[in-house]
Design a protein around this ligand. Structure first.
Ligand SMILES: [Fe+2]
Length: 244
């Protein structure tokens, strides 16, 4: 059995509130001794060097393997420099090869834009990662969900041109689930015949139209939460947990 702790949208912005919620979520995730921690973007709120330095402190010294991708609030260059000690503004695509699973996180951010897309280079990268690990169950993740989730506020800024992703996934039957963040809501749906598992937002929770008349439809009082993806016998089961 393999367990992934999926943490998303910590939005580090210099405030004590967001830093402490992120610290609680990551400490809880680590305490469960998962096989890996997956961070699906919006690590920083404004994409500044200082914010990434805080993120670096929050994820430092962790002996649990960790893999991350940017979100629309992130800045590739600063994220890459501070967290990965690399230069460049090209997409931050990262794969983590575990003994019994592959995690491929794609950069769906478009610099300066809230909506998402996977560019041709990123799709080619994903195709090559999946082609290199035939028969090993693969989780494919990105920040932006590729389908609408019933929350117009986030549905309008979801992943554009999802057919490119569907095409790559269709070529690799060992891709078993798609992971996303961005929507700040614990949600499960389907995409391209696979489970699409959306992590709750650590910083806040987005609500359905029937749940609120607030604009934006966001609850900042609900506790931070994470998703736990359990892979057993080739099948994924997801548990969503508020952080104690
Ligand atoms: Fe976010």
């Amino acid at each position: 059995m393999l367990v992934l702790a999926h943490v998303s949208d910590i939005h580090i912005d210099g405030s004590e509130r967001n830093t402490s919620r992120a610290a609680r979520a990551l400490t809880y995730a680590r305490s469960l001794r998962p096989d890996a921690i997956v961070l699906t973007g919006d690590l920083a709120d404004h994409g500044t060097t200082e914010e990434y330095e805080t993120v670096r402190e929050l994820i430092a010294g962790d002996d649990v393997p960790l893999v991350l991708c940017p979100g629309n609030h992130d800045a590739r260059g600063d994220l890459r420099k501070v967290l990965l000690e690399q230069d460049g503004d090209h997409p931050v695509n990262q794969a983590l090869n575990l003994d019994h699973a592959t995690i491929a996180l794609c950069d769906s951010s478009i610099p300066g834009r809230p909506e998402g897309a996977l560019d041709d280079d990123t799709l080619a990268w994903l195709d090559s990662v999946l082609a290199a690990t035939p028969g090993v169950p693969a989780f494919v993740g990105m920040h932006h969900p590729p389908v609408a989730l019933g929350i117009p506020y986030v549905d309008g800024i979801r992943l554009g041109r999802p057919e490119g992703l569907a095409e790559v996934l269709g070529r690799h039957p060992h891709a078993i689930a798609v992971l996303a963040g961005h929507a700040h809501t614990a949600a499960a749906t389907t995409f391209a015949g696979l489970p699409l598992l959306v992590a709750p937002g650590v910083v806040s929770t987005a609500l359905l139209p029937s749940e609120t008349s607030a604009h934006p439809p966001v609850d900042r009082d609900l506790p931070p939460a994470i998703a736990l993806h359990v892979l057993d016998d080739g099948r994924v089961t997801t548990h969503f947990r508020p952080v104690p």
